[in-house]
Design a protein around this ligand. Structure first.
Ligand SMILES: *[C@@H]1O[C@H](CO)[C@@H](O)[C@H](O)[C@H]1NC(C)=O
Ligand SMILES: *[C@@H]1O[C@H](CO)[C@@H](O)[C@H](O)[C@H]1NC(C)=O
Length: 356
């Protein structure tokens, strides 16, 4: 009964998602196939092997999930998360990739900060973390090329504090309740905003970070960690439009969903009306600086197989392997840079000043 209920929730979610993203082409799947799974918190700390390789104590902290080979310096190809890791905090046990985003903090009326924990998404089990999606095109047949060993990329700009210059597909949603009902449609549609919502959200704030789906076919990375990939020239939820000639190779659409549980903060703690209490770890109370980082680390061709089979949800028996939520949650990493990530603190870790 419990399993049935969870399945119903998940299928309901996927179906709503598929419908919201636009009607699939005739003859296509009733529900769009997509991997959608939980990656529990691996660690929270001030490391960024992509943007600040080797630096111990980056200017702001991140929520990191995935393989436990995560480390301050992860040189491409030589340091392969799939072979260096001994466990992963994700449901798919062959996925040792690392996924990370900035953390959200709440600043109380008295100026103290507290980290906003994350809710585990509908139908999934875990401890905080990120919901990860890999989405192939809807038609059920267009070939996607899984990321190669050593591949990495970045969406967003941690320094940005205004709408101008905002990369596509980074959005916030003020969810009405934890059941996300009524469902607000596909990411970055409806009432979604690039900036952080200012009102109290009954079900917390959802962040979606959707990566480009077109690759130049040659470079595993680029100096800005962005220009080796591109968004399609058109298409609603990005999967449908053609890739530009410069970036002809169709990738799975990688998306992160982070459900910030903002419900614990009470009226006495909220600042005076009109002041944004939520602030990202880089001192960004606007929300425009939110960003997502990715280092590919699936074992061998596991992701390619999952895409070719149009695996959906968080299991695909006989094609790719899963582990229990308890095993995934048991995979954690101690902090390299020790600092308090729970409770009230006088300033943001790393000490960033706040921009409203
Ligand atoms: C990263 O991992 C490698 C290989 O295990 C290790 O030699 C190195 O010291 C680690 N670097 C840091 C900064 O932790
Ligand atoms: C600030 O407010 C929070 C929430 O009410 C409280 O727990 C914390 O101790 C206060 N911090 C200081 C320094 O007074």
């Amino acid at each position: 009964m419990v399993i049935f209920t969870l399945t119903a929730v998940l299928l309901g979610f996927l179906a709503r998602n598929a419908l919201a993203q636009g009607t699939p082409p005739a003859g296509c799947c009733a529900t769009a196939a997509m991997l959608r799974f939980e990656c529990s918190r691996l660690t929270i700390e001030r490391l960024d092997p992509l943007v600040n390789p080797g630096l111990l104590g980056t200017p702001h902290n991140h929520q990191i999930v995935g393989g436990n080979a995560f480390n301050a310096s992860m040189p491409p190809v030589d340091y392969d998360p799939a072979t260096e890791s001994t466990c992963t905090s994700c449901t798919f046990s062959e996925d040792f990739s690392n996924y990370w985003t900035a953390n959200l903090y709440f600043q109380a009326r008295n100026g103290s900060f507290k980290r906003v924990p994350q809710l585990v998404n509908l139908g999934l089990r875990g401890r905080e973390g990120i919901t990860v999606y890999y989405i192939p095109p809807y038609d059920g047949k267009t070939k996607v090329t899984a990321f190669k060993k050593g591949f990495r990329m970045l969406v967003g700009d941690a320094m940005l504090r205004q709408a101008q210059g905002q990369q596509k597909q980074l959005c916030h949603r003020c969810t009405p309740n934890v059941a996300q009902d009524p469902f607000g449609g596909a990411p970055c549609t409806g009432d979604d905003t690039a900036y952080l919502p200012l009102e109290k959200c009954g079900g917390g704030i959802r962040t979606t970070i959707t990566f480009p789906t077109c690759w130049d076919g040659k470079n595993l990375d680029s100096p800005d960690h962005k220009s080796h990939v591109a968004y399609p020239s058109s298409g609603s939820f990005e999967t449908t439009g053609p890739c530009p000639a410069s970036h002809p190779v169709r990738l799975p659409q990688l998306m992160y969903e982070v459900m910030w549980d903002t419900r614990q903060f009470n009226d006495e703690e909220w600042p005076e009306k009109g002041k944004q209490p939520f602030v990202y770890s880089m001192g960004d109370a606007t929300g425009y600086g939110q960003h997502g980082d990715y280092i590919f680390g699936w074992k061998e061709d596991a992701l390619q197989k999952a895409m070719d089979h149009r695996c959906s949800g968080d299991s695909c028996a006989g094609v790719i392997k899963t582990q229990t939520a308890d095993d995934a949650m048991a995979c954690t990493l101690p902090q390299t840079v020790q600092e308090n990530i729970e409770g009230w603190i006088p300033s943001l870790p790393g000490g960033a000043a706040i921009t409203y």
